[in-house]
Every structure is written in C-alpha cells, then in structure tokens.
Design a protein around this ligand. Structure first.
Ligand code: FES
Ligand SMILES: [Fe+2]
Length: 439
C-alpha cells in the first residue's frame, strides 16, 4: 500500500506537487496498472505495416507487443509472449511473416493471433490441447487516427476518438497537411535515467525552459531568431490543454510567429512549408492555416509531437528509467530531398546526440534523482506559474492560455492523479469534443 494519497500528490490549488511521483516504486507499479494498463497508447504508424502480414515490435507500458496486419489486412496488437512458457515469439523489430514460431518449443501463432502449430500435438498432447484457448493475448481495443495506431488493454476504455477528443484538431496540423497523409522514416532508440513523465510534460507544457536550457545551442550559431522578450505575455504563443490530459505548447496564432519558427529550419525546408501552406489552408480551413507549424504536444500519457517533424514515445522501464523512441514523420507527398533534409535536421537537433535533446536530458535526469534523495524528496515541486491568471480564448478548442504558464503542467498531472485514483473509467471525467471545431 502507498504511504501517500495519490490525489494529494498533485495540488493544483496551491500549484505544488510531491516529487516522489517520479521515483516511488509503489506509485510506479500503480501507474503501470492504472495509466498504461488502461489508457490508449501509441503503437506506431500505419505506414510501418502497409502489407498483409507486416509487423513491428513495440511496447504498451513495460509489456512487449507486436503490432501486426493480418493476412486479411486487419490490424492487431498482441502481447509478444508465447502462451506456453512466456518466451517472446518474435525477436525482430519489424518484418513480414505469415506466422511467428516460438524458439523455445516451437508453438506457432498466425498474424491474427491464432495458435496454429504445436509440436507433438498428436503424440505428446493426445490431441487434447484446446488450441482455440491458447492464442496470443490481444489488446482490448485498437484504433487509428489519420495514420497513428493506438491500442488499449481496457475493453471499457472510451473509444479512441473520445479519448483524443479535441486533441485530434491539433494533431491534424501534423497528420493532415497534404493529400496522402504522412509516413515515418527511421527511428532512434536509447535509454535515459529519467522518469517518463519529465519528457512527456516537457514536450507538452514547458516552453519556459527554452531560452535557458537551450541558450548554449543558440550561442553555437543555431539558426532562428528568439523573440525579443521570451517571457512576454502575448497572444502569438499559446498553451492549450486540449482535453483528457493532452497538451499543446507554443501554439502560435499568427503568420508572423509561424514564419519566425520556420527560421529554425534550413532554407529548403522553409520553402517547402511555405509553398505547401495553400494546400494546408484548403484542407484545414483558415482557423489553422496561418498557424501552420506542426504542434509541439503530448498525447497523454507517453507520445509527443514536435515542430521538427518528430513523433516521440517514452516507454517506462522503471520509476527512474525510460526507453526513448523518436520517429521522423513527413508528408508522404513531400519530395525525397525534403524528406531526407527533415530527417537530417531532426538527427542534428533531437535524439540521443541531437543538440537540443542533450540539453533537455540532463535536466530530466537530475529532476528525477531529486525524487529519491533523502532530504530533497520532502520538498514539493513548484508549478505556480500563471496560477489564477488564466486568460482564455474561445477561438480554439480546449483550455487556452497565453504562454508562459504552467497551466498545461497542472492539467497533465491533474488528469494523471485522477486516473491513478479512479477504480475504473466510470469514475474518470472525460472532456468532450468541442463541436464548434469539427471540420
Ligand atoms: S515457451 Fe514458447 S513453445 Fe514453449
Ligand atoms: Fe527543450
């Protein structure tokens, strides 16, 4: 049993949080059950499994899974676990195969999860093993949103559209810019001695750290003009809690701000985004067209998007360890040289050796450590920025406030605490989709 009440760990009235939520092993175990065990989790992109019998390996929480497209074209998410002793049935990261044979004793499963082969079925099992009961363990629900595949273990979870709610409106700025949608190119993976919530929160809420954390990269000649006063309150830079713990940071509302952000890209990439903005406007309408940058955001709990063409995943590996994954994501219709330029730009800025990522990682590791230090853990974390000064706008879906603020941090952890305390989805409040913004 926990020695602290989960709901008391996040105090959004005072704007303080108990830092043990980043280190405590019991809280972590409860997180695996109540957050990763029942939320919709991002598994991968449909472009990774385009053909029948394609598969990729991944994780849902700590559990290894396989995302497969069966021989009839249907998507599935299965535990990568043989039903005999529990060996993994597949050790490859990706591929195409009509079936998976366990390398321990040879039980074999088809891409739709059926147990189709048992060595010694006649002789050793007397044909009595009920093979229909020993297929792969399948996720409770699977669903897609414009190429992104999600699944949840919980059959009672809300439908994926209701779970994403208003967040879909913001994700369209990444996924629906051009006809044909998007595809992912390559992946970087590495281990980080941080709790998974630090990067999740950082990419959906923390615009505040940029000028200081990334100051050295700017000094090294990193392109892009910082605003004159990075902390000024202005309506060009918004924090949005879209719904259900999904958060967007630095959402820009003007073309001037959008163009300032494009300065961070090499000229050929800037030209590509500018030249394709009329198509974007046609597809998404003028409310979003002038704000054409890809959003920097977190889809609760552990997937982020970022302006620099990336999809990020934070797989928990312990309270103080995270397996970080980053995909480069591009418009399918983009010219090949632009795709390669975006991929190269991403590798220079984010990922295990990206200039911006290395700045960030060191902070998250040290903040995680403070959650287990004997004296340090007694003192709460501060999230008071902008408390009581919510300046909302009705122009966009969700709760919208001018940056800089810690509104998104408070909302992210508030939703986390609610899920951690709720016995089932019946007790969780869901933020409905704002129907004024349905396309
Ligand atoms: S563990 Fe897989 S066949 Fe025995
Ligand atoms: Fe950063």
């Amino acid at each position: 049993m926990l020695d602290i009440s989960i709901l008391k760990t996040v105090d959004n009235v005072k704007g303080v949080m108990d830092r043990r939520i980043f280190s405590d092993p019991d809280i972590y175990k409860q997180e695996l059950e109540q957050v990763f065990g029942r939320c919709w989790l991002f598994l991968g992109h449909e472009s990774q499994v385009p053909k029948p019998n394609d598969f990729i390996a991944g994780y849902m929480g700590e559990d290894p899974i396989l995302l497969t497209r069966d021989s009839k074209g249907k998507l599935h998410s299965f535990l990568n676990m043989c039903r005999h002793r529990g060996n993994r049935i597949c050790r490859a990261d990706a591929g195409n195969a009509p079936s998976f044979m366990c390398t321990y004793h040879g039980w074999t499963f088809s891409t739709d999860g059926k147990l189709v082969g048992v060595p010694g079925y006649k002789e050793a099992y007397f044909e009595e093993l009920d093979r229909s009961q020993w297929g792969l363990v399948e996720a409770g629900q699977i669903g897609s949103y414009k190429g992104l595949v999600f699944a949840t273990w919980d059959k009672q979870a809300p439908k994926v559209d209701d779970y994403l709610s208003n967040m879909a409106w913001y994700l369209d700025l990444l996924l629906d810019r051009r006809e044909g949608g998007t595809e992912v190119l390559g992946i970087s993976k590495w281990m980080l001695k941080s709790n998974w919530k630090f990067p999740a929160d950082n990419f959906g809420a923390d615009g505040y750290h940029g000028p200081i954390t990334h100051g050295s990269v700017a000094m090294l000649g990193y392109k892009g003009q910082p605003p004159r006063n990075p902390y000024a309150r202005n309506s060009d830079n918004l924090a949005v809690t879209a719904a259900n713990g999904h958060i967007v940071v630095g959402f820009s509302t003007t073309e001037v701000e959008m163009r300032r952000r494009y300065q961070n890209f090499p000229p050929n990439i800037q030209d590509y985004f500018v030249s394709t903005s009329p198509e974007l406007e046609k597809r998404l309408g003028d409310t979003r067209a002038g704000r054409g940058t890809i959003p920097t955001s977190t889809v609760f709990p552990n997937m982020s998007t970022h302006t620099r063409a990336q999809l990020r995943m934070y797989h928990p590996r312990g309270p103080e360890l995270t397996e970080m994954w980053i995909y480069c994501i591009v418009d399918k219709k983009a010219p090949q040289d632009i795709k390669m330029a975006l991929k190269a730009h991403l590798a220079q800025t984010f990922g295990p050796s990206g200039g911006l990522e290395v700045d960030d990682m060191n902070n998250w590791v040290q903040c995680t450590d403070s959650g287990h230090y004997t004296i340090g853990k007694r003192y709460p974390m501060n999230q008071q920025m902008g408390l009581g000064h919510m300046s909302s706008t009705e122009k966009f879906p969700g709760k919208v406030a001018q940056s800089h603020t810690e509104l998104n941090d408070r909302e992210f952890y508030g939703w986390w605490a609610e899920l951690m305390a709720a016995p089932s989805w019946n007790e969780v409040r869901l933020d409905p989709k704002d129907t004024r913004f349905v396309k």
